[in-house]
Structures are given as C-alpha cells and as structure tokens.
Design a protein around this ligand. Sequence first.
Ligand code: AMP
Ligand code: MG
Length: 422
Amino acid sequence: MNDNDINKDYSCMDDYDPNSILPDEALKIIFNNISALTETESIPIRESLGRVLANNITSEINVPSGRNSAMDGYAINAVDLPYSGKISLKLVGSSFAGKPSSVKLKKGECVRIMTGAIMPDGSDTVAMQEIVERAGETISLGIGIKAGSNVREAGEDLAIGDLILERGMELTPADIGLLASLGLAKVSVYRKLRVAFFSTGDELRSVGDKLDNGAIYDSNRYTLYGMLTRLGVDIIDMGVVKDNRKLIDKALSDAKGQSDVLITSGGVSVGEADYVKESLSKYGEVDFWKVAMKPGRPFTFGKLGSTYFFGLPGNPVSVMVTFYQFVQPALKRIIGEKPTVPTLLKVPCISKLKKRPGRVEYQRGVLEYDEAGRMIVRKTGAQGSGILRSMADANCFIVLPLENSGVSPEDLVDVQLFHGLV
Ligand code: AMP
Ligand code: MG
C-alpha cells in the first residue's frame, strides 16, 4: 500500500486527521525511546510484593527436603500388600512431622506416620488411617492400596537446580511463599521509580481550598495518584501550576532534577500548546502528537534530560485513558517488567454506541452477566471526556477500532478490563 492508498482508505473517515498517529504506533515509538532501569536493591522478601525481580531464582535445595507422608496413616512397604483378603502388620514405631523415626522397616512391619513426617527406611507407601483397622500394636489392611500412594517425593515442589522465578516478573504472594520455601530472606529487585506530576490550569483548586467563581477542583492529580500507587512507584506530587510561563519553567526544571518520570495534565491543547511547547523545548526533546484516539487526542512524549516526560490532556477521562494506554505500559517497561499483551475479550454489546470513523475510541462500559447468564457489555452513561463518572461507573473500556462507524445492539465488541490494567 502506498501513501495514496492510505489516504484513499481514510478519506471516508470524517474524524480522521492525516497528521495523526495510531495508538499502537504511539506506543511503539514510546517503547523504542525508553530503556529499563538497571539499578537493583536487595530487600526483605515481605517487602517485595509487586516489585520486579532483578535476577533469576534457582533452587539450591529440594522442597520438600525428604520423602514424606501426604496423609495421616501408616507407613508400609508395598511388598506386604495383600492380593486378596486382609493382612496384619506389626506396629514398630512412629514418625511425626519434625520428629522422624529411626526404625528400619522389616517385612510385616509398619510405622504410624503423620502428614509431613519423613518416610522411615524400608517404607514406600502410606495407608490412610481411615482404611486401616488397628488393635493394639497390630493393624490390618485389605486390598485397594496402590504401591507408592500418599507419598510426597523429595523435591517434588522445587528441585535442586530448577529455575523457580524469572527476572522481570512482578512478585505475587505465591512467589513470596516460594522464596520463603527456599529459605531466602532477601530478594534482589529493581529500584523504585520516582514519578513526579503536576496539573496545569488557572481554574484549578486543590481539595480543601475554597471554590471561587468559575473554578473547579483538580481531580487529575488524585486519579494519577491512585493509578501510580497501584504501580508501586515513589510519587512526587508537585501540586497545581498556574498557566504562566515562568511557573511552568520552574516546575519543569525542578522535576528534571528529582524524578525519573514527569507526568503533567492539561495545557497541551491547541490554544495553550505554544508556550508550554516553548518551555518544554528549553529543557529537552519533546514531541507533540495527535493520536487518532478518543478521548485523549493531544498527547506529548519526550525527555527532559534523563527524565521521561508525558504530557497528558487536561480532561479527566482523557488523563485516565492515555495513562492506561501509554503511560502505564511505559512505566512497567522502565521498571523492568516483562511486556505482557493486554487481554481483550470479544463480547456482545447490548447498547447502541455512536461513533464516527477515523479514531480509535475507548468508550467506558460495564461487563456483566445478563439474566440468561450470558456475558455482555453495556455502556455507562454520557461519554464526554470531562465526565469522570463514566470511568467510575465502568469496569472496562469498549475499544472501537478506527474504521468503526457505530455499534448496534448485539454487535460483538472488544473489551479491555480495568482489572487487567492495574
Ligand atoms: P486543558 O487541556 O488544560 O485545556 O484542559 C481541558 C479541560 O480539562 C478543561 O475543561 C479543564 O478545566 C479540564 N481540566 C484540566 N486539568 C484538570 C484537572 N487537573 N482536574 C480537572 N479538570 C481539569
Ligand atoms: Mg488548562
């Protein structure tokens, strides 16, 4: 396809701007221009939840360390098991978890054994206590016990030399348990990222301030705070900066020195872009993009010295959409996390959705079960980029591709769950 063909394809799209780039392309450019942190730190395993592992973990021990019983019962040798009828065995000792028996089993003998206790020498099978009859120091067993049953082999969970956890994974509660099983008190993770942010706008007030005529409360710093907290980064809240060149200059130069990443919201739409652009160009290399998406069209990415810069639009929904689509995957890369593919579900949409071709839209939806138990999605109320409630009421984005020109009830749509985004 040459350029002309592309224009021809898009010519029927009334919302398409030939100077814009697709969201996928924007993300690719961002990925190509960032690199992962290399500094690591060693921290106690209890503090490692959600942190990114900085090296492979290989097992140096067997877990469990020895063959042990998976049941309460009697340790026996399978050669004693009867082909028919019943057999009696003599009880010659007991083995408890943490208190192994020193007995070596001979023919016709058994040892009382508890879950987790080491199998005595000469035994290879555990008969569950529920299927055994005991009279004093003698037990009797029937048929139906399989040789080797109810025994956990040494190293069956983790064996010496096994690769247990891989560099780049985000540590979960189960992973922390595995580290503890290996006896590791500390683990090496990538250092925390320092992320600064500020809001721009003369109309913005912080919570606690009085709301004078025409002013609005700043919500972007609060949604950003929440989204960043979930990523486990160190947060530097720089407050509200007025639409004033000097103040923006100062905020940018402050952030440049103290953070790995700076995120701003507002002030990147056409009216205000020029002087923000001027300020930004003093401190680094920043590109202003028109991304063919809705909401969130004006978007800025670049570097101020060694600090990555993301300039998000001002509208509260646009902030969240551009954060989830671009900033969050970028931050995950910077903190060394392995790339993952966003999970998209295809489900019937029961609402009628309005859309003009030419942009990728991220409408806000609720994924749920209908009365027939079928998984469906419906839109939340009004979808304006200033209506933050559409995010709060939603549990997913309904992602509509560039060429889509609206959805009729029962059409299949792509859904990106918020749950998978955080
Ligand atoms: P801007 O991109 O600065 O032109 O802002 C676009 C719209 O988003 C305007 O209606 C702003 O009042 C609003 N807005 C900008 N920043 C914030 C914020 N931090 N919290 C709430 N609304 C905002
Ligand atoms: Mg503004």
